[in-house]
Design a protein around this ligand. Structure first.
Ligand SMILES: NC(=O)c1ccc[n+]([C@@H]2O[C@H](COP(=O)([O-])OP(=O)(O)OC[C@H]3O[C@@H](n4cnc5c(N)ncnc54)[C@H](O)[C@@H]3O)[C@@H](O)[C@H]2O)c1
Length: 526
């Protein structure tokens, strides 16, 4: 089993820290900032009443502080002189829309690619990823995460690159790299720190850097901004600004998409927040919520998933209690759900790179501040132990049915972290498998969506064909991929050594209990 929860994800290759480079000297610091705008007076001259064209231009050049600049560098020069231009960013939304300025997305995974595709319908987009393989496959027109169809990818005009120097052409740089945890369940900041070094080294003066990665409150300004300053030699707030806009997409969900989910935006100053509201507003149809600060936006994202994690933990604890009481959890939830304010959560394995990971970002920060969060960590403990619990329930079932546990063959349906996606990041099915192996049970794992090579590379787990699930003692449905909906009670029995002793562990409550029990299958669900 791999140690790290998720450091590479969709694009496969682990992050490699780049060699530290010399502080960058921009060759074309003006390149990203197109044209001179009428309202861009040089504040140091206190012009205000005069057009900059009249005040400073001669033979296509602009004069400030007794120095001559090309006209289009005037905006740059305002920052060069160290003057903070209040109420205005140096990035122009109209210039982005007119494709005179460019927006870059750093990290083209589940989050970054759909973002780049959506923006490319409205502006020039540069898509950067450190994984050359990922860039290559996108250039060839296929997204193996299935978040973007081949048709949508073909229609998108994105300039893909793995050359970080290209970021020097971007006026807005959006960072969407993974934020996993390490084997000690502490935030692994390697990708977000690495991406900040890369961006800092190449970003042009005047740009806006926006983080979309899920982080703890404060991380953007405490960790990323100093790296951007150090690498670029630029001054935060004067030469560049920062924003944070958390991603809320749900992989595999074609209803709740980037366009249809309200987007939170925040900026290091009002002008940046305004700009980002316009930029994201051009693609998000559901509307924009402006958070009052970057920290508020960071906290909002991390608690969305923490709340969900805790609600599922409660359902899991209830499932353990009801198992002992001999009552069916889903029947209880169905009955309780008839009350108007009962929330519709269900028990289950909590995997993936978000719900089972993000709460640790919050608890890490809380502990850094001297507070030990009891409730959040209790929920995490409950959810992290569910794989072991499911395996133990299966072993008890085998014993009860007279099957020999040691050497028992168990067919496991599903290995991804959720249904109908190929995403294997932080799948908790591995906990079930690990525990079964402790009992010398032989798990045979099939997945209708996952890439077998990735399962082997990331987890050392062989995925077998469905045909190989034969001579079984039990079937365990771990992930409710729609491909498994066609399995009938007869199919399940036919896959077992002895149809009369067939055990079906339905972790997702996917099958019809009555039909399975009527066929003589020992049916169990969480
Ligand atoms: N996937 C989701 O559904 C989802 C939803 C909400 C929030 N998020 C958050 O969004 C962030 C990104 O998640 P994701 O699912 O898109 O990850 P991902 O693993 O699918 O993709 C990340 C991409 O970033 C690239 N990358 C890594 N380090 C890089 C670097 N230093 N420079 C450039 N590229 C780099 C990787 O090669 C990969 O292609 C995470 O913080 C995650 O928690 C994800």
């Amino acid at each position: 089993m791999r140690k790290k929860v998720s450091s590479s994800g969709a694009a496969g290759q682990p992050y490699k820290k780049e060699a530290q480079s010399q502080r960058r000297q921009p060759e074309d610091p003006y390149g990203a900032f197109g044209h001179l705008r009428d309202e861009d007076h040089c504040p140091s001259h206190g012009v205000g009443s005069q057009s900059p064209d009249q005040a400073f231009q001669k033979d296509g050049q602009t004069q400030c502080h007794k120095k001559w600049f090309p006209v289009k560098s005037h905006v740059f020069h305002m920052a060069e002189t160290g003057i903070f231009v209040k109420d205005k960013t140096m990035v122009d939304f109209a210039a982005l829309q007119n494709r005179e300025q460019t927006l870059a997305v750093v990290g083209l995974g589940y989050v970054g690619l759909p973002l780049a595709v959506a923006f490319s319908r409205h502006m020039n987009v540069l898509g950067f990823d450190i994984n050359a393989g990922r860039i290559e496959e996108l250039r060839k027109g296929h997204d193996r995460t299935n978040e973007v169809t081949d048709e949508a990818l073909a229609a998108a005009t994105i300039e893909y690159t793995c050359d970080p120097a290209d970021l020097a052409r971007a006026a807005v740089i959006i960072v969407a790299v993974p934020t996993p945890i390490d084997e000690h369940r502490s935030p692994d900041l390697t990708p977000v720190v690495g991406a900040s070094h890369t961006v800092g080294r190449h970003m042009p003066k005047g740009c806006v850097v926006v983080y979309e990665s899920t982080v703890y409150p404060g991380l953007t300004e405490e960790i990323c901004v100093p790296i951007l300053e150090q690498e670029s030699g630029l001054t935060y707030g004067t030469d560049f600004t920062v924003g944070y806009s958390p991603e809320r997409i749900n992989p595999g969900d074609k209803v709740h998409t980037l366009e249809t989910i309200k987007k939170i935006v925040s900026g290091s100053d009002q002008a940046t927040a305004d700009l980002l509201a316009q930029v994201y507003g051009s693609v998000v149809k559901a509307g924009i919520h402006r958070a009052s600060s970057i920290k508020v936006a960071e906290a909002a994202k991390v608690i969305e998933n923490t709340q969900r994690d805790l609600n599922i933990a409660l359902m899991n604890e209830l499932a353990i209690i009801f198992e002992r009481l001999g009552i069916d959890t889903l029947e209880v939830l169905e009955a309780a759900g008839t009350k108007w304010n009962f929330l519709p959560f269900r028990p289950g394995l909590v995997g993936g790179h978000c719900i089972g990971v993000d709460p640790y970002y919050l608890t890490f920060k809380a502990e850094e501040m001297g507070f030990h969060p009891e409730v959040i960590l209790a929920g995490r403990r409950t959810n992290d132990n569910m794989g072991k619990y499911v395996a133990e329930c299966l072993v008890k079932r085998l014993i009860k049915n007279g099957n020999v546990v040691s050497g028992a063959r168990v067919g496991i349906l599903g290995f991804t972290f959720k249904e109908n996606v190929p995403d294997l990041r932080n799948t908790r099915v591995v906990d079930v498998i690990r525990e079964l192996k402790e009992y010398n049970v032989v798990p045979l794992v099939h997945d209708a969506e996952a890439d077998p090579a990735e399962a082997m590379r990331e987890y050392g787990q062989e995925l077998v064909d469905l045909d190989q699930l034969r001579d079984l003692d039990a079937v365990l449905l771990a992930v409710s991929h729609k491909a498994y909906a066609a399995l009938t009670p007869e199919d399940i029995k036919a896959r077992c050594k002895d149809g009369n002793k067939a055990v079906l562990m339905d972790v997702k409550g996917f099958f019809d209990p009555q039909a399975m029990r009527a066929a003589g299958i020992d049916y169990w669900r969480l």
